[in-house]
Design a protein around this ligand. Sequence first.
Ligand code: FAD
Length: 233
Amino acid sequence: MVVPPKHLTATITATQSFTDEIKWFRLGLSEPIDFFPGQYVDLRFPGEQRYHAFSIASSPAVKGEIELVVKKEHEFTTKLFESAEGTQLESLAPLGRFMQELKGDIVMIAGGVGVTPFLSLMRHARDAKLTDRQFWLFYSCRTQEHIVLQDELRALHDENDHCNVVFTLTREQPPGWDHELGHFNKDLLLKHLEHFDNKLFCTCGPDKMVNAMMDMLKEAGVPEDKILHESWG
Ligand SMILES: Cc1cc2nc3c(=O)[nH]c(=O)nc-3n(C[C@H](O)[C@H](O)[C@H](O)COP(=O)(O)OP(=O)(O)OC[C@H]3O[C@@H](n4cnc5c(N)ncnc54)[C@H](O)[C@@H]3O)c2cc1C
């Protein structure tokens, strides 16, 4: 069910830097919100005209605060990175319909910070105990340092039979690395999925990766209505 967005005040309550350009934020909301994984919030500093969109990374089970993972781009995100705990932003939430209808087994393919909607869905699969179907998260990053919430995702994989996480690194091979290397392709996905039948594929990340995944899935015979995508440029 899509609920109308609310105008809220969002207060930064905690932050954690992963790299110079990737930062995690917890925002306390002036009112609790109901949302589904894949929805986003619009944010702006008081006095600004334009809102900026950020997917909610937290579980829908948590309603009074949200988590975001943000990549530093230009003016707005630079200001956000420099903002201290206690900073207040204007917010419109929840917004969007990506992954509104989820049926059957779900395969998520993420590049970099494009993982945020899928963090929400994996946490939802865990918290709501959606054990009657399988969830796979394929998560590609340049280096291990770029993987956000790696420990939580590894624990989620280890502790829940219905949740599967596969990392791949495209720019380094750290000693002892126990997941995949290189870009996602048909063979790598099939190694873990066995087949593409009766699954819903969702992909989010840089345009180039999202387009490559969509082309690959269509060529492999996945019907277009079984491929959901979101790219942010
Ligand atoms: C539905 C949705 C969900 C999203 N979720 C996330 C998320 O979870 N995490 C995340 O990190 N991002 C997410 N994004 C992307 C995010 O909204 C943008 O990265 C962010 O708004 C860009 O902010 P900025 O700092 O570039 O803003 P601004 O400074 O306002 O820049 C706006 C645009 O102007 C241009 N620009 C400004 N300054 C320069 C410059 N010096 N040189 C060149 N170009 C310039 C750029 O094109 C830039 O994108 C999402 C986007 C959408 C649509």
